[in-house]
Design a protein around this ligand. Structure first.
Ligand code: SF4
Length: 459
């Protein structure tokens, strides 16, 4: 039976997250944050679709300042949903954004630490403690600004942008990912700052689910019960993006974890909202289906009988019902049946394969790790994904990362075979595994260069 984890409530503008509040649905704009009109129009589309919070990237002070104009215009037009600023690399930007937004997301991986280089760093305990003091020195003034303006904060850890400091000390482990969050949370608590939401996201559903569970356990031990934001980053687009999100987010929702969610798709942001809505609405039903599917396990096989009014809902429901069972490797095979007349046996088999791939058990098609895009995106993301997919879709077993910018690129693509990353406006860098092999290629030539690279290696 579904029972939601009890959390404290965080006030974010005119809504509450956690506590007794419904699970909130959110999305993020893709328009340049300096483009007030574009951001306002996009925020309205997200809100009209049912989004309850809208996030925009704030690369620097200029973008953070413009959140004031975006917020004023939206409020003047009767749109009062909270706005969230997304900050990476420049702690000062968070100080500015906190004055104009209802919530600011900071990333422990780059709030003070520089961007990830995969270098191993050696610290004595004293040196490590000094690094934590540097974080505190930036964080405390920021929290004071947030207190003054009643601004909430999301501590948003990304597996893809963990710092070299954390990676060197803890390795690429769930414990390290959780600790990167706890280091910040302990400062928040010392400062008596409780308007917090926490997220740990990864494009790998197994990493995302296991670290979120560990985070809950670790917070409980330290008597912290903050609300949680769930998401699978770089899930991609289309059916695969939806299925991957449903496996990861659904696994946690069906065990009562999660107070707000974002389904990240490399599509228009308003397309994310109906998918998120369905996941939230199907929690009780999928919790029951999960129990039935677990009871069905025989010979390492889950048998799931699932019905739904349409194909997309059926896909999401199936992925959500069995996500946790597969992530926990309760079984590694899946058979889906359905009374729905539109669901052919072949389509149900390919759905089962897609779910097994999303749970990282069996890879039957090319894997794309593509970010949803945001105001930092440095090239035409959707068009590029379509081109790369069309040219590589038959290369089973290949993993290709397609990232709008460097924030999450290198980390999330650490286990990808190739990476296509925005390096500057209209400029692309290509990666082979973790190594950057071509820098700053003009966008027009980059897809072909990537394909050349793949062809050469396969030959
Ligand atoms: S990786 Fe994509 S979504 Fe993430 S910050 Fe860069 S452009 Fe935005």
């Amino acid at each position: 039976m579904y029972k939601r984890r009890l959390s404290s409530e965080t006030r974010v503008g005119n809504i509450g997250i956690g506590g007794e509040n419904p699970i909130r649905i959110q999305s993020m704009g893709t328009v340049d944050t300096n483009n007030t009109e574009g951001c306002v129009a996009q925020a309205k589309r997200i809100i009209d679709a049912g989004g309850e919070l809208v996030r925009f990237t704030t690369q620097g002070t200029r973008e953070a300042e413009n959140m004031k104009n975006i917020s004023a215009q939206l409020k003047a037009d009767g749109y009062n949903s909270p706005l969230v600023a997304d900050v990476h690399f420049t702690a000062h930007t968070a100080d500015v954004a906190a004055q104009y937004c209802e919530k600011v997301r900071i990333n422990p991986g780059n709030y003070v630490d520089p961007g990830r280089t995969f270098k191993h760093l050696e610290y004595t305990d004293e040196e490590y403690a000094e690094e934590l003091k540097k974080i505190e020195a930036k964080l405390v003034p920021f929290l004071n600004i947030c207190k003054e303006h009643h601004t909430a904060v999301r501590i948003g850890v990304n597996h893809g942008s963990l710092s070299d400091r954390i990676m060197s000390r803890y390795g690429d482990t769930p414990a390290g990912i959780v600790e990167s969050c706890m280091e910040f949370l302990r400062i928040f608590r010392r400062e008596n700052f409780n308007d917090v939401v926490i997220s740990i996201k990864a494009s790998n559903t197994v990493v995302m689910v296991t670290t979120m569970r560990l985070l809950v356990e670790t917070m409980d031990k330290e008597d912290m019960h903050y609300p949680l934001h769930l998401g699978v980053t770089e899930a991609g687009e289309g059916e695969d993006g939806r299925i991957k999100s449903a496996v990861g987010i659904g696994a946690l929702l069906t065990e009562g974890i999660g107070d707000t969610i974002r389904v990240s798709l490399s599509e228009e942001p308003e397309c994310e909202i109906p998918v998120a809505r369905k996941l939230v609405d199907m929690i009780p039903e999928c919790t029951k289906l999960r129990e039935e599917a677990q009871a069905s396990i025989k010979d390492d096989t889950i048998t799931l009988n699932v019905d739904a009014p349409d194909w997309e809902t059926l896909q999401l429901k199936a992925a959500m019902a069995v996500g946790a069972l597969l992530i926990d490797r309760k079984a590694t095979k899946l058979v889906i049946t359905s009374p729905a007349s539109y669901a052919s046996p072949a389509s149900l088999t390919s759905l089962a394969d897609a779910i097994l791939q999303a749970a990282r058990i069996k890879f039957t098609k090319t894997e794309y790790i593509s970010c949803p895009g945001c105001g930092r995106t440095l090239y035409n993301l959707q068009e590029t994904i379509a081109k790369i997919k069309a040219a590589t879709k038959d290369l089973v077993g290949l993993k290709i990362g397609i990232m709008g910018c460097i924030v999450n690129g290198p980390g999330e693509m650490a286990d990808a075979d190739y990476g296509y990353v925005g390096a500057g406006r209209g400029k692309i860098s290509l990666y082979k595994a973790k190594e950057c092999v071509e820098k700053n290629i003009p966008e027009e030539e980059a897809v072909e260069k990537l394909l050349e690279l793949i062809r050469k290696d396969r030959a």
